[in-house]
Design a protein around this ligand. Sequence first.
Ligand code: TXA
Ligand code: MG
Length: 319
Amino acid sequence: MTDPDPIAHAAALLRAGELVAFPTETVYGLGADALNPAAVAKIYALKGRPAAHPLIVHLSAGSALEAWASHVPDAARRLAARFWPGPLTLILPRAGGVPDAVTGGQDTVGLRVPGHPVAQRLLAAFGGGVAAPSANRYGRVSPTSAAHVREEFGTATPCLLDGGDCEVGLESTIVSLAGEPLLVRPGGISQADLEAVIGPLRRAAAGEGPRAPGTTVSHYAPATPLRLVERAERDAGYGPGVAVLAGRPAPAGFAGILWVDAGTDPARYAHDLYASLRRLDWVGAELILVEAVPASPAWDAVRDRLGRAAAACAADELA
Ligand code: TXA
Ligand code: MG
């Protein structure tokens, strides 16, 4: 007999060492019991991801951080009180019992209390930590809907809880408090909002801080080559064969295959970004061109992901 309550069923699968894909407010996650290394190994196998990459442990609201972190600095408590549940991941020194399979063998652990109600109900029903990366194949665009998860894994898709479209649409902001406070990855919570709570925060330089898949160039890339374009090129017009992502409507006479107008609101642009990249990737274009977004802090997370997508394509061309 299958359990009629999908949340209880998913929690039972987690307890049995199986995978569950679930919605968060950022992107969909591919989860396993964080204390079961054999279950966590299934995440790496399904994603095709190298095993040394650390995973974020997702916790239900009110969980004791001491079970996961050997030291919880005051700044971590203040950020947690202000932004959890929400799109923020804290990197802290790991506690003894956290498996290497979760931390990638590092002496830190990534913790997050997601705000999505389905994620919270799943975590409460399970009662433990759920290790989960984004529910996509390694190096590809993160899923922001249940349909995206099915596109990624097809018939290999595990139990999948459908929580609709992800509200934020980009991965969580990551702050390391394992040493000097560092902004490791920009996301839905801005640097200014973080600094208002804990004071100055340095943005990690490329290659600085812990090894992490979200901080390498092989991420967030569609299969079609993608390039960022600046003003001069866009004014010269686009030829046939291109698909364009822009913050404005298509100009008269646009001769390409598809034009996606993502608008001028950074939250809206972020919400739609991965779905837009999937659409642009499918229309058979030779090249995806993305018009540069504004240089202001409100666009930090979007600019970061677009830069990585373009860099990943450049790396592919060299390979
Ligand atoms: O919004 C998100 O963060 C989504 C949802 C599912 O929660 N998850 C996500 O996971 O983006 P993933 O695996 O794609 O990226 C996890 C990132 C790594 O790139 C790394 O930067 C950081 O989290 N991370 C996790 N554990 C860490 C650790 N022990 N030390 C350093 N960085 C860690
Ligand atoms: Mg990912």
